[in-house]
Design a protein around this ligand. Sequence first.
Ligand code: ADP
Ligand code: ADP
Ligand code: MG
Length: 707
Amino acid sequence: MRALRRPNQLARLLNASTASGARRSSTAVPVAKPLTSVLIANRGEIALRVGRTASEYGIRTTTLYTDPDARSQHALSSPFAINLGDPAAYLDGDRIIEVAKREGCEGIHPGYGFHIAEREPNIRAEMHRGGPYLYWSAMGSYRSYGKQKSKDIMIAAGVPCIPGYHGSEQDPQYLKGEAAKIGFPVLLKAVKGGGGKGMRIASTPEVFLDQLESAKSEARNSFGDDVMLVEKYITTPRHIEVQVFADKHGNCVALGERDCSIQRRHQKVLEESPAPHLNEDVRQDLWEKARAAALAVNYEGAGTVEFIFDNDSGEFFFMEMNTRLQVEHPVTEMVTGEDLVHWQLIVAEGGKLPLTQAEIEQRISERGAAIEARIYAENPDMNFIPDSGLLLHLKTPKVTPTVRVDAGFVAGDEVSSHYDPMIAKLIVQGPTREAALQKLHSALEEYEIAGPITNIEFLKKVCVSPDFIAGNVETGYIEKHREELFERETIKLEVLGQAAIGLLLQETEKVEHDAFARASGSVVGFGTGYQQREFHLVEIPADGKGESTATTVRVRQTSPGKFNVEVNDTEYLNVDSVLDSASKTITSFYPHTRLATTFIRDEERVILFQQGKQYRLQLVVPKWAEKALGIKDVTNSVLAPMPCKVLRVEVQEGDTVVKDQPLVVIESMKMETVIRSPHDGVIAKVVHGKGDLCKAGTALVEFEEQS
Ligand code: ADP
Ligand code: ADP
Ligand code: MG
């Protein structure tokens, strides 16, 4: 363990200056003991978010990072940053407590997500032993009960729970019997579960035991515990949760609800407040029950009471309580106008809640609607499989009082495969739900990310989905609207034309730059520009399956800034275009309009953003070109269609194969693609084996000459 800098001396200095009044007083409420230093036990946007409020209130923050996070924004955000090394160290509560003590931190903020966020009782006990420590996110000992015990407590407090079995008997046949009593379908849930993991639906008695085993195995791997509970499965539910806050003086308020029904893999993607089409009586009842839940466990600090709302019956049931601030807390901050991290600070210091329930209701009634979209590095077309890698280009929407971006990365950062692939959160507010939704859509159109594939295009489709606009949400929304949300569009000629112009301009610029760099007095500007260039472009299939016929685009510069473009041998357009390398923008002037395209080239890939949409293209080297360049006679070869890694070779030299038989399995951008034989024949040579990295156009296997 190595500290970037030893903070102790500086800390003393900082503490001295804060003691002399630099520290802004939290509010008018009496402050038991102001915190002056805190350890942020988390990473990414969470750590940055917490750090923002901490520094606003003059609190020194110490951040933690791991080897893969050494250059991440949160590690760089504080002069006091401790390297824990091991990528999994964020989960090591004991070690984090030790670091906090050693670095002289008075409190720990756990953020959300990591297990330490739920380990408060342990931490608090430890911190007390070490001195007058405070745990910022002070919470009740609720989470340690798990989903099982908590249900007993809620039932006793009059909070409705989903019918189910949550006892300690775990014999599979016994659980199956309980499932039969509840009535199928049932949901199996890991008692220690979270983040949508360790859950399986058993729709019939026949599949019960298999689903149980599968849920248990996932729970063991994720949480090291496979105790299960069985619940009635609600077939058309909404996820509605209530943000609660309680102080040490017995005050407990509900800060409105959030509807988080748009989910994939039982994980939230969009969250909004207020929940659409919620009867006012039900809303009040939900808030009331959420407060009852918090009071039943003598709760302190920020918490979220999650309910499942049955769209068929209009009933709602307690699901679980998350004893921490949540990912989606900015939605509540938008509709209340409050800083919830500041509230946590006030509570931890022993202060009173800043607003009463009546004041909160007044605020909420005045501030309209807010909605959050989670921006993930993931591929929606491949069942939302996470992606990772370098952020080649990143342009965020313009931030205003009603458009907020909580991001953990800047351009040039790496989305690591070690952690959750969330890149940022985009939160908007509007006077009405419709207005907020429109604002979200246009902010998403401004958002540009090149590098890992993201869910931004998918989120835009949800924003314009008629049922979502109408507020007809449910947790199965994405599945039920599959056709509409995953519809594929054919690529426009403008996009291919702009890509070719961009490639030509970039190459010309490079020639000019090289000539200039050589400073040999050669004529600058003489290069590839006026020669016709031909590019073969194919849209990268989002689902890894699409057709790979490339479109041939020819482009020629006719005079400075003017281009002639041909697509598939047909003259397509004459256009005026300029490339601004700094902003990566090509501006094209058509007779009646102007088109701005962001152009990013990444080796053999071209990523374009045009009129609020992303296009991903692959440059393909045609067979004749390889031949002309003397690279190899490839007429009898099967080529890699994109830069890739060879995962498996399914044939051997001398094998006789038939058309469409699998030859090689490659991986590209985390997607597996099977390369099949284009015809019948005999394999002469396997050119690349397992583990080889290949460029687009490289021969993978060669066939014997056909007679
Ligand atoms: P919320 O209910 O606010 O969505 P989750 O329990 O889903 O909170 O977790 C918040 C975030 O942290 C999610 O993006 C989730 O994927 C991530 N997360 C949850 N548990 C862990 C963990 N043990 N390690 C790393 N990330 C986690
Ligand atoms: P986690 O701890 O992983 O967040 P939750 O118990 O909060 O687990 O459930 C996560 C999601 O699973 C909910 O938002 C909801 O979509 C779905 N879910 C949970 N319980 C049920 C149920 N009984 N019937 C139908 N869907 C459910
Ligand atoms: Mg939950």
